[in-house]
Design a protein around this ligand. Sequence first.
Ligand SMILES: Nc1ncnc2c1ncn2[C@@H]1O[C@H](COP(=O)(O)OP(=O)(O)OP(=O)(O)O)[C@@H](O)[C@H]1O
Ligand SMILES: [Mg+2]
Length: 233
Amino acid sequence: MTFPTGPVTVPDVVDHIADGRDVTAVWVNELGGTTFSVGAGAEFVKVYPDEHAHLLAAEAPRLRWARRFTTVPEVIDSGPGWLHTRGLPGRSAVDPRWADEPRTAARAIGAGLRWLHDALPVDDCPFGRPSWVPRDAPAADRLVVCHGDACSPNTLMADDGTFAGHVDLGDLGVADRWADLAVATLSLDWNFGAGDFQAVLLDAYGVAADAERVAYYRRAWDSADDGAPASAG
Ligand SMILES: Nc1ncnc2c1ncn2[C@@H]1O[C@H](COP(=O)(O)OP(=O)(O)OP(=O)(O)O)[C@@H](O)[C@H]1O
Ligand SMILES: [Mg+2]
């Protein structure tokens, strides 16, 4: 779950898709998956090892569905262990561009989640709950279609600091909005260190902190992480 530091082998499927255009490895996750930018961000190809290929198979239909309502990548094609999308303008909230402006990033993440939760229709959602959300979760504060992996790197920001889009929707599903908010605020600590960023995120979302639900969903997230979460960005 970081920017690649050494050379990365370009898989044949990425080479084939690139067809001579520039290829850059932009992200390596903890499952051994790599995301490549093709043609300077015009397109992206995410490649996962065989044992995690089902996670990409889950992401393609979720992107296609969510794209009807909000800004997420367009799926160009997908196959076993790879997902090819059109690039969205914007860079990840953990891009070095925002390292010195964590409050701006926290605000964009909060605003982005509010946008997502307001835009996606629960009643029409064909997907169940995110893999890590317990079946017997407490009564929802507000049931929404959750991102499912609301970590900071999965929010894209425009250069003016506003929210630009969501990526990494393989675990999108219906749950209490606090499932996303608990992970999104926790992830700020990992990515930006100590500060009042959590309050900034919740303020941009437009909700007062709910310590009990936050603790519950962080516990659920952490215990799923010991097993095989859909993602961990
Ligand atoms: N279509 C796209 N447009 C713009 N940026 C993208 C696109 N797809 C991927 N990215 C960039 O690549 C990064 C990795 O993509 P993504 O989060 O989908 O991969 P992942 O390996 O599942 O991540 P994680 O570590 O969260 O599991 C994103 O944070 C984003 O910066
Ligand atoms: Mg990600």
